[in-house]
Design a protein around this ligand. Structure first.
Ligand code: FES
Length: 197
């Protein structure tokens, strides 16, 4: 055996040792590949497949122009079950507003700083949401949820609205709802009365 053969044999032994140690290390840390629910060895459905159900924003009726008086605040889930938002009619005109004087707006109910609820802190007469109960961020509802003060650095996601025959519909979200990698994933979609376009 020449020097090159000896070197190759040594490399093979070294790689085999590293491979065995690596496998033992993975086993030792408790990692287990996901299994199917039926207990078989078949791999579980991939996370990507599980969350691929909603490919575009649904169009959902969330209120009525006639039934929403100035100062009212209503909550609704959109676009996924459990994604909290609020609908309100503020005192003046708003960016993205609909209805009388473009004063009806909707926003995510979760603060963009750390996700504390702000839908209980909506003040339509002042056109504000907040201060957030956790770290006091206040958002301007007339200017697309702009951060006015406090710890948050991202504006409150605004729900796109349309009015048709006196009914208010949610048709999309501008901004990422707190706690989601994607507004359309990781949950069950709300029931759509009518889908967009
Ligand atoms: S969670 Fe709202 S300011 Fe921190």
């Amino acid at each position: 055996m020449n020097d090159n053969d000896t070197l190759s044999a040594t490399r093979r032994r070294l790689l085999a040792t590293v491979g065995t140690a690596g496998a033992a290390s993975v086993a030792g840390c408790g990692f287990q590949a996901p299994r199917a629910d039926d207990g078989s060895d078949a791999p579980a459905e991939s996370p990507t497949a599980r969350v691929d159900g909603l490919e575009r924003y649904p169009r959902i009726r969330v209120g009525s122009v006639d039934e929403l008086a100035e100062g009212d605040v209503e909550t609704f889930a959109y676009p996924l079950d459990g994604t909290e938002n609020f609908l309100t009619r503020i005192a003046g005109e708003a960016w993205g507003g609909v209805g009388p004087e473009n004063s009806i707006v909707a926003f995510s109910g979760l603060c963009t700083h750390m996700g504390c609820p702000v839908q209980g802190q909506v003040k339509p007469e002042r056109e504000m949401a907040g201060p957030c109960p956790c770290h006091y961020t206040t958002f301007d509802l007339s200017k697309g949820g702009l951060v006015v003060s406090g710890a948050a650095t991202t504006d409150l996601p605004q729900i796109r609205l349309e009015v048709e025959d006196g009914d208010v519909y949610a048709t999309g979200v501008d901004g990422l709802s707190y706690g989601y990698r994607d507004n359309l994933r990781d949950g069950e979609p709300v029931t759509a009365e009518e889908t967009e376009g």
